[in-house]
Design a binder for this molecule. Structure first.
Ligand code: PXP
Length: 237
């Protein structure tokens, strides 16, 4: 299972002072050197962390895979088509939310999302849709022609009682199996950390996890290199 590192929260710390440090570009270089298979950043409409300069600089320096997480708005689609990341991950976005709160409702927006997928494919950019682990969403995602689905693991990560944790894992496993049957590449992310990652590694259809907040928080204390390697250890064992 590969690790994609989301570096948004390096930019969050920078924005706390509105200066130039710490630079998410430096974090991306260190994450790649430590073994990350990809770098993820979310260019939000309100530019609360990653900004336009970051995305351009990351496009220049990322040598593994640059995944631009984004809402499917006209402004951000225009920027993405210009910058040409390797991959875009389409997410729902609300201004007031602290982080992405749930998956896309692909089933209710299939026609629009199919157009978005086509637009990126015409430019040779792969598309991932961030969805809830539900068969209706998986099937609708497959019909859009997207390449990848990223399963939202936030509900699993927030589950506290053992029965609920297991129930959420079954949802993720079933959705991953359904997506693989549809020929989609399956990834997962949101709320994952060193203590809840292992059960996800047992779902063999999931090829990659996308991890941000907990990994950057860990890196504050142990450094970026060690933080990435600690996560890779869990994925490899
Ligand atoms: N995947 C998606 C689609 C996300 O929106 C986020 C949060 O930016 C992540 C993965 C990473 O989540 P976390 O920061 O909780 O690890």
């Amino acid at each position: 299972m590969r690790l994609a590192v989301n570096i948004d929260h390096v930019a969050t710390i920078r924005e706390a002072r509105g200066g130039i440090e710490p630079d998410p570009v430096h974090a991306a270089v260190l994450a790649e050197l430590a073994g990350a298979a990809g770098i993820v950043c979310h260019l939000r409409e309100d530019r609360r962390h990653i900004n336009d300069r970051d995305v351009r600089a990351l496009r220049d320096i990322v040598t593994t895979k640059l995944d631009l997480e984004m809402a499917a708005t006209t402004e951000i689609i225009t920027i993405a088509l210009e910058i040409e990341p390797d991959l875009v991950t389409i997410v729902p976005e609300k201004r007031q939310e602290l982080t992405t709160e749930g998956g896309l409702n692909v089933a209710d927006n299939e026609v629009f999302l199919t157009e978005v997928v086509d637009m990126f494919h015409d430019r040779g950019i792969a598309v991932s849709l961030f969805i809830e682990p539900e068969s209706t969403q998986v099937e609708a995602a497959a019909r859009t022609g997207c390449d990848i689905i990223e399963l939202h693991t936030g509900t699993y990560a927030n589950a506290r009682v053992p029965g609920e944790v297991d129930r959420q894992l079954v949802r993720i496993r079933n959705a991953a199996e359904r997506a693989a049957d549809e020929g989609l590449v399956v990834t997962a992310g949101h709320g994952l950390h060193l203590r809840n990652l292992e059960p996800i590694t047992k779902i063999h259809q999931i090829e990659e996890v996308s991890i941000g907040h907990a990994l950057i928080a860990h890196a504050l204390f142990v450094g970026m290199d060690r933080a990435v390697r600690d996560y890779l250890d869990v994925l490899r064992n």
